[in-house]
Write a protein that binds this ligand. Structure first.
Ligand SMILES: [Ca+2]
Ligand SMILES: [Ca+2]
Length: 242
């Protein structure tokens, strides 16, 4: 009898366990889904994300080739000196005296000759050169040079006498002064010096013709004399900076 009761109890327990497992596998709505199908439904949203990311990559190659191609063909790296007969060694041409009397003298920074300005009281002298070529279209920087030697009987404290180099941009509306550099009786004497002046905004002068003027003026007492040589106007681009 005891064995039968034990066997019946075990049978009841097995039946109760099976019914509990069946209830646990059912969804709340009552429909039962196998584990494999549930896994399949979970995985379906992830593939939809990959196509949306792909079009953003296609835009990148179109921008990178244009950035690498543009700098190499337009590279500019040269310079030009625009003044003819800059050291006054081949007579006067194409310089011209437009005021006063200026002498080509054996006083020079380079070669044998330079131009002598002043030397007397009450003088006004001017020598000019129309530069034969216009400012090149590739000009990015520019500078003017000239060498000078000065002797003076005037004071060293006040600028009574002066020499000036002037660069003019020519146009139909009228010439405009690009720069001027002056040497007064107050500056250093009895030795050669070379002045360099950077041309402001050289690209704005592209295509324009230029005129160079060397001008000296002395007052009524204690004269000053200047020897001028090696006058240059240089334009450059790229790594070349005059
Ligand atoms: Ca010379
Ligand atoms: Ca003077």
């Amino acid at each position: 009898m005891l064995l039968r009761q034990i066997a019946a109890t075990v049978l009841v327990l097995i039946l109760l366990g099976l019914s509990a497992l069946t209830l646990a596998a059912q969804s709340p709505g009552g429909t039962y889904l196998p584990a494999v199908m549930r896994e399949g439904r979970v995985q379906t949203p992830t593939p939809q994300l990959t196509p949306t990311a792909a079009p953003t990559n296609t835009g990148l190659p179109t921008s990178t080739p244009t950035a690498t191609a543009s700098p190499s063909p337009t590279r500019c790296n040269t310079s030009v000196q625009m003044v003819q007969n800059p050291s006054f060694e081949t007579d006067w041409e194409p310089w011209a005296t437009t005021d006063g009397e200026v002498f080509r003298v054996t006083c020079s920074m380079d070669g044998l000759y330079g131009l002598g300005f002043g030397g007397d009281n009450g003088e006004f002298e001017r020598v000019t050169q129309e530069l034969s070529a216009s400012v090149p279209e590739w000009a990015e920087t520019g500078a003017v040079y000239f060498s000078w030697l000065m002797a003076s009987e005037d004071v060293t404290t006040y600028p009574y006498d002066g020499f000036s180099l002037q660069l003019w941009g020519k146009s139909q509306e009228g010439d405009t002064n690009v720069l001027h550099s002056e040497v007064y009786n107050t500056d250093n004497r009895a030795a050669w010096y070379t002045t360099r002046l950077a041309i402001p905004s050289a690209p704005a002068l592209r295509g324009r013709p230029l005129r160079l003027a060397l001008v000296a003026a002395t007052d009524d007492s204690y004269p000053t004399w200047w020897c001028i040589d090696n006058v240059r106007v240089v334009f450059a681009c790229g790594d070349q900076v005059p």
